[in-house]
Design a binder for this molecule. Sequence first.
Ligand SMILES: [Zn+2]
Length: 111
Amino acid sequence: MKPKEQNTQSTNDLSRFKDLALEEACDVLRAYMFQRRQITFLEEAVALYYDPISDRVFLEDEQLNVAMKDENGDLKQWATCRVCGIEGFKDAHEPKFVDEALCMQCCVRDE
Ligand SMILES: [Zn+2]
């Protein structure tokens, strides 16, 4: 599996997390504590990151698989289309993704 481009604005330096991001980090870690046995898309070297631009806290492994908390507080796989850059939960209905790096629209356009 080829690594996707690293998101350079994200940080794992806790001193750079805003207060609200630290609170979110607690929730993400708690969700990970309960869910990690069921989460199959995260592999080795999982770490906590904060993106100050999008104000998101997430988990990312060494293959750059990303887990983000959904509205129910569950960790779900986050997808970013490598063609158009659209983002969302991989299993969401809108936008729809073929896999964690390609949206349905770009997949259809390629054919
Ligand atoms: Zn796309």
